[in-house]
Design a protein. Structure first.
Length: 542
């Protein structure tokens, strides 16, 4: 049936959709899936562009990591406020605003003239994404009947999983054939179509009674997260010569501590807190959030390392680097609904345990990467990553939410998303700081260990010098200087790869540590209402 048969006359330039049509909910689903794909895409597509952005602006890893951190942090800050915004201003209007902010942020990012401006524009993007995803889920929940929500949320999850697979591939193609600006500008036509579709298709919904907004709690939480991440990310920055003892770092930690205490006081005393901390009294929910936070810390913290390694150390193109991520989302999209069904029939701790163990082993294997690693050595850990991620979200969500009252499930699910984004932001900041610190240490150790009088050094020097002399026609003195520089540059490259491997070891170890709080979770199987099975809940987090 053609789309035109579902449209009717409306005021203005755009027609209105026939909301009484039986196809109306499915058009809404497609509309929401497009927004979800865009929002998640921009948390993955940038990874393969980091090297080109660094070269373009002449900046370092400790600065460029904020391109990812700012996006995730802005999403985390917006998530708890999204429910109030939608209730107060309307769900259609809030979703439109989120897509508008995301599209505007994409346009501005594509026009950025330095890394600082790009980071600022990424905040606008992140705020839009933080509004798009939770409001979109709420719209789907209200649009579809309870008996169809599990299937619908499963279909919605495909958009999220697809962005994991195709984000780095699309980004790599655009960067290799155009420029890094294109990974942001590609969102513009899609965003414009999404805005028009939102106006035409969706009908407005607004709650009759809205609660007051906790502005003080939101502000204190934002200050706490921002200054804590700023301190963690800048501790080993090249400009911060005093390191962790510098006045700037200490000041950031003090401000973060004060803001955190203030946030706790406000949250526990106001009538309608932005985050209801009392929900953490549930043991399973608290332990589940600890697992999600640590898992996200290691998983997202290490995600930007692989493209950096492939492009900077092995000389891969952006597209070639992105292709390594293609199987991850495909495997995850296949296993997530399967483990969701399994979690309804067996103890969900079993598949979650297997998933965390497989993911941890995959990350540990990446600590053995080198300048001579084969494609198989690189791809095997990525396949394990896809298997692990596909087995974690559904069962972990099921057991963590198993004791939460039905009226608090929506807020509990939202808190999972917040902790995941915050954990990812912390991971990127900390991993970036460790990478910069370890690269300096390993480089100093490698160069110091080089014995210029050793037979091995003299043999390598002679071989390289001979190649330079015959290949470029340099005299013996210049060729000798170039040869020594080549040897020391190789040592620096080895040091950089070793620093990346240190990060992978930390990420893998953190993931395996999650097994202990997972085992502490208490599981008692109980019947669930239609649409509230493990598969339905878990898709919210995929």
């Amino acid at each position: 049936m053609p789309i035109s048969s579902h449209l009717r006359e409306g005021s203005g330039f755009l027609p209105r959709f026939n909301h009484e049509s039986s196809f109306y909910p499915w058009f809404v689903l497609v509309n929401i899936m497009v927004g979800t794909f865009m929002a998640v895409l921009d948390s993955t597509i940038v990874n393969v562009g980091i090297t080109k952005i660094m070269n373009s602006f002449g900046t370092s890893v400790d600065k460029v990591e904020w391109i990812m951190t700012a996006y995730m942090l802005a999403m985390a800050v917006m998530l708890p406020a999204s429910g109030w915004i939608a209730d107060h201003f309307g769900y259609k209007r809030s979703y439109f605003t989120g897509m508008f902010l995301f599209t505007l942020g994409s346009l501005l990012c594509g026009m950025a003239w330095n890394e600082t401006v790009l980071i600022g524009f990424r905040v606008i993007q992140g705020l839009g994404a933080g509004l798009l995803m939770p409001v979109g889920l709420a719209i789907l929940t209200r649009t579809f009947p309870a008996e169809k929500r599990g299937m619908v949320l499963g279909l919605w999850g495909i958009a999220s999983a697809a962005s994991v697979s195709f984000g780095p591939v699309i980004g790599g193609y655009l960067i290799d054939n155009l420029s890094w600006h294109a990974i942001f500008l590609v969102n513009i036509p899609v965003g414009i179509m999404g805005l028009a579709a939102t106006i035409i298709i969706q009908k407005e919904y607004k709650t009759e009674h809205t609660r007051s907004f906790d502005f003080a709690g939101a502000a204190s939480m934002t200050v706490f997260l921002t200054f804590l991440l700023l301190a963690l990310a800048c501790g080993n920055s090249s400009w911060n010569t005093d390191g962790w003892h510098s006045q700037f770092i200490i000041t950031c930690f003090v401000i973060a501590a004060i803001a955190f205490v203030l946030f706790l006081y406000i949250d526990l005393t106001v009538e309608n807190p932005i985050i209801e901390l009392k929900i953490f009294k549930d043991f399973n929910f608290s332990m589940g959030n600890i697992v999600f936070f640590i898992f996200s810390f290691g998983m997202f913290g290490s995600t930007f390392l692989l493209p950096l390694y492939l492009q900077s150390s092995l000389g891969y193109t952006a597209l070639q680097a992105g292709m390594f991520f293609l199987p991850v989302g495909i495997i995850q999209a296949f296993l997530s609904p399967v483990t969701g069904i399994m979690s309804d029939r067996i103890n969900p701790k079993i598949p979650a345990f297997i998933g965390l163990a497989v993911l941890g082993i995959g990350l540990i294997l990446q600590m053995f990467l080198s300048l001579d690693s084969s494609n198989l050595q690189i791809m095997l850990p990525m396949l394990l990553r896809g298997v692990g991620m596909g087995m974690i979200f559904s069962p972990l969500s099921a057991v963590s939410l198993s004791r939460i009252p039905p009226q608090k499930l929506a807020q509990a699910s939202g808190l999972f998303n917040i902790l995941r984004q915050v954990g990812g932001s912390f991971g990127v900041a900390v991993m970036g700081a460790i990478l910069s610190h370890q690269a300096v240490i390993h480089s100093a150790n490698y160069i110091q260990a080089i014995n210029r009088n050793s037979p091995a050094f003299q043999s390598s020097l002679s071989t390289i010098r001979s190649t330079v002399e015959h290949g470029s026609g340099k005299n013996r003195g210049d060729a000798s200087a170039i040869s020594q520089m080549e040897i020391f540059q190789n040592a620096s490259s080895q040091a950089f790869v070793q620093a990346i491997c240190d990060d992978f070891l930390i990420a893998g170890s953190a993931t395996l540590v999650c097994l202990f709080p997972l085992l502490m979770l208490r599981y008692t199987k109980r019947p669930r209402a239609p649409g509230q099975g493990a598969g339905a809940q878990s898709q919210i987090h995929d």
